[in-house]
Design a protein around this ligand. Structure first.
Ligand code: BGC
Length: 743
């Protein structure tokens, strides 16, 4: 059966190649260059603006038009009124939902649930394809270890393996079983590569990434996306080792095409070809077009540089016709794969509203992370409460809870926390009073605090909705100070002083430094921007109708000066330990320089984050026991099975994310102190014990070595399994020989 499928796939690939070749043979140079040109199409009079260009074959793709009739008409012009009838790629940033919004990608990552993430991408593509969009610019799989960067909201966290698994799941979700299914979108893995390492977390900034770190940390998710069949890749705005990604032939040719054998489309980021001049790489736009085309960028997103300059570059012999043909073939191949030449219909019906709402709610439930729960402040028991205070600027904000990148999200579909709490409370006969306290999260105005205090005084428990509005994260929305903005810290202190339990629900697009409020709060539920059904999910979690199960996909620093702080760091020659560190307040007067521990820590912050990667509390507790390995010595061709028993010790059902970490003790390059290698989410009934098994092959032990080839090196590995990156069930095994080097 697998053989038959393989043969079918390869014959359909061959058929596509024949059609691409046939079309190329009939195209003029101008028509070819037109296919490499993506234009902005959002204007109301876009038909007047672009009609003639489309008829002339000068447009290969449009971006940002989502009016169904307009898209259909633009497609009709391309199909019926251009000489060769080549249809358009219709692109849109469908990042975390279309009309129905699911949690931010960083929130989805907190679910550690690839099936759920895949289903969310599928829903987004089913909704977006009904307006004629056939290409999304997602998933964003930049590994990011800097929460100042606004785009951390859009990524899948700090870890290469978690990002690889969830990014590939998104690709499968967007692209469906087949790209030519009318409800599938072509996915675009972005931003290739290194964008997440923008210096000081400032967007578009330069990066400093040695090749070994690039290969071991930042490139694996892209490789996983390529292996999952991603249809396109977008270049990064940033430069790397002095060469902007959009002109980087090492990335685009050597790695992507030669090492990984990628045959999809590469598109520049917005205007990035023209920006090669701004970077100071090229003096003129035609040189920018030359560098991008010769490095391997197939399509120019809105700069118009290919349209203007490629013909001249071909005429002068700087760009060969075979290069242009290769670029055009990558565009046409995608159009054939999408079925655009074969009258792919534009569906009219979105998925049933009930289905999309229940998926959006489930995703929000699984993405919320319970960070603190002192004295079991949560869940709230409505039977024991007469009056609940709901306070804060984000309790009832249908648009803000959707987060960044929601051009098409419909706030009318939102259920806010306040409305969901009110309806649960009404059923339970509990009173709810609401005070907004602040006009925005950034406001410094404390005049409404007195009203909030009055509301809090009347209540048994205070739930305060804090965080960041959507505008404070996302592209170009970076922050140098990532504390709760505005007067929120002061609000927390005032509420705490009243003496009632204070529970915070925080909605934000990034990890925040919560050091200044953590001791004032009895419980903290971190909800990211949870999307359309976020309020319903939050209310269910607060009242114990659902059990929190999200785990952090990124470390939360205590203070901004610790950044970058991530679990998979190197050991250094002087690793810190709890007894080697000294706090600034404890330095004896006149202490000698060498009395301060001499290890890698900060005098004012130690070396641990506030909340570590993989961490998240539940309303129950899980115990790990009987860690066992199928062997303690393996050869490169053997599979190692690692098993552990997980028990739900509590009296409620709960989900646990079982995480497996490895350490390769010695390597030809220094290796991280821990690396996530595998994980499984499972649901356990109260008292239930289940055995969880993981299989590791030599692939899981490979890394890019000192000579930048990939392989596993013989030696001893530590393995830990548990519920977060500090898992302490430990075993070890030995790989007896080096593996052969792999591509
Ligand atoms: C962003 C991309 C996005 C593109 C198109 C750029 O500014 O960096 O991620 O896909 O715009 O909207």
């Amino acid at each position: 059966m697998a053989k038959v499928q393989e043969i079918n796939a390869s014959t359909s690939r061959d058929r596509v190649e024949v059609r691409v070749r046939d079309l190329l043979d009939r195209m003029s140079l101008e028509e070819k260059i037109g296919q490499l040109n993506q234009v902005e199409a959002s204007a109301d009079n876009v038909l007047d603006l672009l009609g003639d260009d489309i008829r002339a074959g000068e447009v290969g793709s449009i971006i940002n038009q989502v009016d169904r009739d307009t898209v259909l008409e633009l497609q009709r012009l391309a199909r019926e009124e251009s000489r060769l009838g080549i249809p358009l790629l219709v692109g849109r940033d469908v990042i975390h939902g279309f009309k129905t919004v699911v949690p931010l990608p960083i929130g989805q990552a907190a679910s550690w649930n690839p099936q759920l993430v895949e289903a969310c991408a599928r829903l987004a593509s089913e909704e977006a394809s009904t307006v004629g969009v056939n290409w999304t610019f997602a998933p964003m799989i930049d590994v990011c270890r800097d929460p100042r960067w606004g785009r951390i909201a859009e990524c899948l966290g700090e870890d290469p393996v978690l990002t690889s698994v969830l990014g590939a799941a998104m690709v499968r979700g967007f692209q469906g079983a087949s790209l030519d299914d009318p409800s599938s979108l072509a996915a675009c893995a972005k931003h290739f590569a290194g964008y997440g390492a923008s210096e000081s977390g400032r967007d578009y900034n330069t990066t400093n990434l040695p090749e070994n770190e690039l290969r071991n940390v930042h490139l694996p998710p892209f490789r996983a996306a390529v292996e999952a069949g991603v249809a396109s890749l977008m270049t990064s705005f940033s430069d790397i080792d002095g060469v902007p990604a959009t002109a980087n032939s090492f990335l685009l040719r050597d790695v992507l095409r030669e090492e990984w054998r990628y045959d999809g489309l590469v598109v520049s980021d917005w205007d990035a070809i023209q920006q090669l001049c701004v970077h100071g790489l090229t003096e003129t736009r035609d040189e920018a077009a030359y560098q991008a085309a010769s490095a391997g960028v197939d399509m120019d997103m809105v700069a118009g540089a290919y349209l203007q300059h490629l013909a001249g570059l071909v005429a002068s012999g700087r760009i060969g016709l075979e290069t242009v043909d290769r670029m055009v073939a990558n565009v046409l191949r995608l159009k054939f794969r999408l079925g655009l030449f074969d009258a792919r219909p534009v569906l009219t019906d979105e998925p049933a509203r009930m289905t999309s709402r229940s998926l959006a709610k489930e995703a929000a439930l699984q993405s919320c992370v319970l960070l603190k729960n002192e004295g079991r402040a949560l869940p709230l028991d409505p039977a024991c409460l007469d009056h609940l205070a709901v306070i804060g600027p984000l309790a009832n904000e249908p648009a803000e809870q959707l987060g960044t990148w929601v051009f098409d999200g419909d706030p009318q579909r939102s259920v806010t926390p306040l409305s969901a709490i009110e309806s649960l409370a009404a059923d339970a006969g509990m009173a709810v009073s609401h005070a907004r306290a602040m006009p925005t999260t950034r406001s410094l105005d404390e005049t409404a605090f007195a009203d909030a205090e009055a509301v809090a005084r009347k209540a048994d428990v205070v739930v305060v909705f804090l965080g960041e509005e959507a505008i404070l994260s996302g592209e170009a929305h970076c922050r140098a100070d990532i504390d709760l903005p505005g007067a929120q810290v002061s609000l927390v202190k005032r509420l705490k002083a009243i003496g009632k339990p204070v529970i915070a629900v925080i909605q934000a697009g990034r990890p925040l430094t919560l050091t200044s409020v953590i001791d004032d709060l009895d419980a903290i539920l971190f909800a990211w921007h949870p999307g359309s059904l976020g309020g319903a999910a939050i209310a269910d979690l607060l009242f114990g109708r659902a059990c929190p199960s999200g785990k952090l996909p990124v470390s939360f620093p205590k203070m901004v000066g610790q950044i970058p702080i991530y679990y998979g760091h190197k050991n250094t020659g002087r690793p810190p330990t709890p007894d080697s560190i000294v706090h600034i307040d404890d330095i004896a007067s006149g202490a000698a320089q060498t009395s301060l521990g001499m290890t890698a820590f900060h005098l004012d912050a130690g070396y641990e984050p506030l909340f570590r990667f993989g961490f998240g509390l539940s309303y129950t507790e899980f115990a790990y026991s009987e860690l066992s390995l199928s062997a303690v010595r393996i050869t490169p061709s053997e599979t190692l099975t690692i098993a552990v028993n997980v028990t739900n010790l509590g009296d409620v059902e709960g989900d646990e994310v079982v995480q497996l970490y490895l350490r390769d003790r010695f390597g030809s390059v220094t290796r991280p102190v821990r690396e996530l290698k595998a994980f499984q989410r499972l649901t356990l009934a109260p008292g239930e014990t289940r055995e969880v098994r993981f299989s590791l092959t030599v692939e899981d032990l490979m890394f890019y070595k000192r000579d930048q080839t990939r392989g596993a090196e013989a030696g001893t590995f530590d393995v830990w399994i548990g519920g977060d990156s500090a898992a302490d069930r430990k075993a070890e095994f030995t790989l007896t020989q080096d593996s052969p080097a792999m591509a």
